[in-house]
Design a protein around this ligand. Structure first.
Ligand SMILES: *Cc1c(COP(=O)(O)O)cnc(C)c1O
Length: 399
């Protein structure tokens, strides 16, 4: 969904005197903060960088623990390792697959008592674009004096109880940072990129960590009033966004509402076609949220069909439809398995749902014909491989 506007803006940047972090990044930060109603925004090189910077800005490190979900992308857990803290998984809710607030208190207390670690933050993800049970998680965070780092990589634009993810209410007694990703497949893209939103004081810390620990904006150093002098407060990273990336983001942001409307229309078609099949469990949307519909994840009722999830994906591929799985639970990945000795059954809901999930194609670029092709392929596979009682008699005969 890169249009002529994005292309012209990138060319304009290339012809200008500034290609790295400069005026377009600043404008993109301002526009983005205004869009999600955030107090402040920091543009960075990736969503992963935003998550890493959140931990650094909060001063989380060795001896600390962060509670998170196994049903997420591995980089969201890697950053906890990067700062020397310990990731503690807590299982997910069966319906949304978001971090289940019900398991959190026990996990926090166990971590502090049995492992002797200080729990410092909860890191939920708004999985697939469906906001987590934010109030319940914030209530627990307040109770234990923890920060909340929201992985908002999927949830642009999503709302929880009428508020956009990324906006913060001044009544919140908990420190909240929100981390967005603009990777190529995300709802808004800058090819690679991310945004961190939150209150200004913390973002100032994050800004320092994002550019070598230097105590002033590098691009201002080169301006008319610039000076050669800087000092360094910490061994910072190189996580700044470039004006070339921001050039894309400025126009993608203007189109985001239109992209979201198209994604939602595609999802309505999927829901109508698949919601009636007893072999399938379609995604749900709670009444108090607006789903960003980053991913459309079906769950297969495997007892109603004669094939496995993996075979289902192969059958889709044979019909020229690419599908994926989001995500392989992080506790199943070798590094984490070996480092922490996780057993697959340790997080039973994440494990069970992983084994029956499949992400269908979903993009604002899909045509109605593309959507029909996906629906046709799924329906066709079910007709060939269903074992549901309502399967058509012809299936029984051919079996
Ligand atoms: C994409 C993604 C990230 C990482 O974002 P990058 O911009 O690729 O670094 C983090 N968490 C989740 C859930 C994601 O899907």
């Amino acid at each position: 969904m890169i249009g002529e506007e994005e292309i012209s803006e990138v060319i304009d940047t290339l012809r200008s005197d500034w290609i790295t972090t400069g005026p377009k990044v600043k404008r993109f930060e301002e526009d983005f903060a205004q869009f999600v109603h955030a107090p402040d925004a920091l543009a960075v090189s990736s969503g992963t960088a935003a998550l890493h910077l959140s931990l650094l800005a909060l001063g989380i490190g060795a001896g600390d623990a962060v509670i998170t979900t196994p049903m997420t992308f591995c980089s969201a857990v890697h950053v906890i390792e990067h700062v020397g803290a310990t990731p503690i998984f807590s299982d997910v809710e069966p319906d949304t697959l978001n971090l289940d607030p019900n398991g959190l208190r026990r996990q926090i207390e166990k971590t502090e008592k049995d492992l002797g670690l200080r729990v410092k933050a909860i890191m939920p993800v708004h999985l697939y674009g469906h906001p987590c049970d934010r109030d319940a998680i914030l209530r627990i965070a307040a109770e234990y004096h923890l920060a909340v780092i929201e992985d908002a990589a999927h949830s642009l634009p999503a709302t929880y109880k009428g508020h956009l993810i990324g906006s913060l209410s001044s009544t919140e007694s908990v420190t909240v940072l929100s981390c967005f990703s603009f990777y190529a497949t995300k709802n808004l893209t800058t090819a690679e990129g991310g945004m961190l939103t939150g209150h200004k004081a913390l973002l100032d810390q994050a800004r320092r960590w994002s550019l070598h620990g230097m105590n002033r904006d590098a691009w201002k150093r080169y301006g008319a009033n610039g000076s050669w002098f800087y000092d360094v407060d910490c061994p910072g990273y190189k996580y700044n966004m470039t004006d070339i990336q921001a050039a894309l983001g400025l126009h993608q942001l203007k189109k985001l509402t239109r992209f979201h409307a198209r994604r939602t229309a595609i999802v309505r078609k999927y829901q109508a076609a698949f919601g009636v099949r007893e072999e399938l469990q379609v995604p749900s949307e709670r009444s108090d949220v607006q789903h960003a519909w980053h991913l459309y994840v079906l769950r297969l009722n495997l007892d109603r069909m004669r094939i496995t999830r993996d075979r289902f994906i192969e059958e889709m591929r044979a019909r020229n439809i690419g599908c994926s799985v989001h995500f392989i639970p992080v506790h199943l990945l070798r590094y984490y398995r070996e480092r922490y000795g996780f057993k697959p059954e340790q997080f039973p809901i994440a494990l069970r749902e992983y084994q029956r999930m499949i992400s269908l194609p979903l993009s604002a670029r899909m045509t109605d014909q593309d959507v029909d092709d996906v629906i046709h392929a799924v329906t066709n596979i079910l007709e060939e491989h269903s074992s549901a009682r309502s399967a058509r008699p012809t299936d029984v005969v051919s079996a």
